[in-house]
Design a binder for this molecule. Structure first.
Ligand SMILES: NC(=O)C1=CN([C@@H]2O[C@H](COP(=O)(O)OP(=O)(O)OC[C@H]3O[C@@H](n4cnc5c(N)ncnc54)[C@H](OP(=O)(O)O)[C@@H]3O)[C@@H](O)[C@H]2O)C=CC1
Ligand SMILES: O=C(O)C1=N[C@H](C(=O)O)C[C@H](O)C1
Length: 251
C-alpha cells in the first residue's frame, strides 16, 4: 500500500485527487495539509501547515499554492519523503529551492500532468526548429476564473520547451499593452485568458508569411491531472534523489 499526504487537500485538485486515491486499492491518503483544515470532512487528519504534520508517508503530492512550497520542502527533506508537485506560479527562487532539495530527495515537478500537453510541447519544439525565424510564435492559454496565477505553468512549460530547442534565443513577452514598437522575431508572445469554468486550453500559434499553423491542447476534465499525479507518484517511488519531470516518466 502506497501512503500519500496531499498538500492542498481541500482545494479543487486536492479533492479530485483524494477521490481517485480512495478508489485505488494500492494507495491510501493518510493525511492532508490545507490552510482551511475544517472546510470539508475528510477521512484523514488535515494540518494547517506541513510543519504540524504528525504522519509520515511514502509520497507527498502537492496541488496547492506556491507560497506553501518552502514548508512542504522542509517537511519532505526532514522526513526524506519523495515529493510530486503540480503547483504552478513558481518563482525562480522556488525552482532553485526544488533543485536544491532534489539533491536529497526525489522530486517530480511539472506544470501539466497530462500526457497530451507533453506531446504538444514536443511537437511545438520540433515545429519551431523546422519553421525558423519567418514564423512568429505566440502562445494563448485559457483557464477558469478561479485561477490565481498567470500565465499558466503549462504556458511556461511549452515556451521553455520551444526555447530550449532554439538554443534559448527567444524572449518571453507577456501581453503587449503599452508597447509602442513592432513585434521582434525573438519574441514568444504569451497571453492569458480567464473565464467561467474553462479547464485548460493551450494553443501555440506559428504565424508565417501567408500561412499559419496552430497546435492546440484542450483539457476536458481535471481528472487527467489527478491521474497524471498518481502515475508520477508510482514513477517517483522507483527513483533515487534527483529532479524528474514528465519527459523522464514518458521515456
Ligand atoms: N501541474 C498540473 O497538471 C496542474 C496544476 N494545477 C495547479 O495546482 C494548484 C492548485 O490548483 P487548484 O486545486 O485548482 O486550486 P485551488 O485554489 O482550488 O486549491 C489550492 C489550495 O491551496 C490553497 N491556497 C490558496 N492560496 C493559498 C495561500 N496563499 N496560502 C496557502 N494556501 C493557499 C487553497 O485555499 P483557498 O481555497 O482558501 O484559496 C486551496 O486549498 C494551482 O497552482 C494550479 O495551477 C492544477 C491543475 C493541474
Ligand atoms: O489552475 C489550473 O486549473 C491549471 N493549472 C495548470 C497550469 O497552470 O498550467 C495546469 C492546468 O492547465 C490547469
Amino acid at each position: 500500500m502506497v501512503t500519500v499526504i496531499i498538500s492542498g487537500c481541500n482545494g479543487t485538485m486536492g479533492r479530485i485527487l483524494s477521490r481517485f486515491i480512495a478508489n485505488n486499492r494500492e494507495m491510501e491518503v493518510i493525511a492532508g495539509i490545507d490552510r482551511y483544515v475544517d472546510r470539508y470532512e475528510n477521512p484523514f487528519p488535515v494540518y494547517k501547515n506541513a510543519c504540524d504534520c504528525m504522519e509520515s508517508s511514502d509520497v507527498v503530492i502537492d496541488f496547492s499554492h506556491h507560497s506553501t512550497l518552502d514548508a512542504i520542502l522542509k517537511y519532505c527533506v526532514d522526513t526524506k519523503t519523495p515529493l510530486v508537485t503540480a503547483t504552478t506560479g513558481l518563482s525562480d527562487k522556488d525552482s532553485e529551492s526544488l533543485m536544491d532539495a532534489s539533491k536529497i530527495i526525489p522530486i517530480f515537478q511539472t506544470g501539466n500532468m497530462s500526457l497530451g500537453v507533453n506531446v504538444i510541447t514536443d511537437l511545438a519544439k520540433k515545429a519551431a526548429q523546422v519553421l525558423g525565424d519567418p514564423f512568429d510564435i505566440e502562445i494563448i492559454e485559457k483557464h477558469h476564473n478561479q485561477k490565481v496565477d498567470s500565465p499558466s505553468g503549462t504556458a511556461y512549460l511549452i515556451a521553455n520547451g520551444i526555447n530550449e530547442g532554439l538554443e534559448n534565443k527567444k524572449d518571453f513577452v507577456y501581453g503587449r499593452y503599452g508597447r509602442a514598437e513592432k513585434r521582434k522575431t525573438t519574441d514568444i508572445g504569451i497571453h492569458a485568458i480567464r473565464g467561467g469554468t474553462i479547464v485548460g486550453e493551450h494553443t501555440v500559434i506559428f504565424a508565417g508569411p501567408d500561412e499559419i499553423i496552430e497546435i492546440k491542447h484542450t483539457a476536458i476534465s481535471k481528472d487527467i491531472f489527478a491521474l497524471g499525479a498518481i502515475e508520477a507518484s508510482k514513477f517517483l517511488l522507483k527513483q533515487t534523489n534527483g529532479f524528474y519531470n514528465m519527459n523522464d516518466m514518458l521515456k
